[in-house]
Write a protein that binds this ligand. Structure first.
Ligand SMILES: Cc1cc2nc3c(=O)[nH]c(=O)nc-3n(C[C@H](O)[C@H](O)[C@H](O)COP(=O)(O)OP(=O)(O)OC[C@H]3O[C@@H](n4cnc5c(N)ncnc54)[C@H](O)[C@@H]3O)c2cc1C
Length: 238
């Protein structure tokens, strides 16, 4: 059941769920959500879990895709008390466990930040000594999901967070302007000799560009884990 709806940005909403039974998830896993129309037509999409295993609740964050079948309903039409059909937690590959002590680089494009919220909260709860850097590409400051929480993490919890804004930025913006590029990636990534774990998540072309750039910079491909949202025809957010 939908327990709470939290507007995150003009296009993204977080959905806090009350579930009758839940197997504790791992940071980075997702669920499949199935919607059934009155005429029986069904549509199923995957959504990453935004809450940490320790949080004691399950939260999803959905960004509305224009003309999408499922996301506009979840991001804009859902009401508290509505029922959702859910399968999960799913996925054993794109997960980060606190047993891994190597530094972590997270690279997010748009809603690709969602599984990283779970990983960052899990780190806070269970592995504060693991060094983490986050590079987050969004269209504008307005489109940055979990903005306040990320700013807090950057200020107090020693998570090195860099934002890249692809379409609009304030005049006083000191962060990266435009799409992420090879220079920015080499600035934020750990040296390959530190054996960093690298997670990249977002629209498929964004993920492919970031992964191939990091591999070309000498990061071993087997340390780079990727999760692609949606189809391949869109570029970086922006
Ligand atoms: C493992 C996994 C986890 C995911 N987690 C999240 C999440 O946490 N939050 C979230 O918002 N989404 C997430 N997604 C994406 C999500 O599953 C849907 O693809 C997305 O919500 C669009 O579904 P839709 O039914 O609204 O659009 P559709 O009806 O499937 O598509 C409508 C149109 O938009 C295009 N389109 C579809 N998806 C995208 C996209 N992502 N970007 C741009 N254009 C698109 C389609 O090609 C089509 O032209 C995840 C996907 C995967 C595989």
């Amino acid at each position: 059941m939908v327990a709470e709806l939290v507007p995150e940005t003009p296009r993204a909403t977080s959905i806090v769920l009350e579930l009758p039974a839940w197997h504790r998830h791992r940071a980075g896993q997702h669920v499949d959500v199935r919607l059934t129309a009155q005429d029986g037509h069904q549509a199923e999409r995957s959504y990453s879990i935004a809450s940490a295993p320790e949080d004691g609740y399950v939260m999803l964050t959905v960004e509305r895709v224009p003309d999408g079948e499922v996301s506009p309903h979840l991001a804009s039409e859902l009401r508290t008390g509505d029922q959702l059909e859910l399968r999960g937690p799913i996925g054993g590959y794109f997960v980060w466990d606190d047993s891994a002590r190597e530094p972590v680089l997270l690279v997010a494009g748009g809603p690709g930040i969602v599984p990283f919220r779970s990983m960052l909260r899990h780190r806070q709860a269970a592995a504060e000594d693991v060094a983490v850097r986050l590079l987050y590409s969004a269209r504008s400051l307005q489109d940055v999901i979990y903005r306040e929480e990320l700013m807090r993490l950057a200020a107090y919890d020693e998570v090195d967070i860099r934002f890249a804004l692809t379409r609009e930025w304030p005049q006083t913006w000191h962060g990266h302007r435009g799409r992420i590029d090879s220079r920015l990636l080499s600035e934020v990534s750990w040296p390959a000799r530190d054996r960093p774990r690298i997670f990249i998540c977002g629209p498929a072309p964004f993920v492919e560009t970031a992964a191939s750039t990091l591999a070309a910079q000498g990061q071993p491909p087997d340390r780079i884990k990727t999760e692609r949202f949606g189809p391949a025809q869109r570029g970086q957010p922006g």
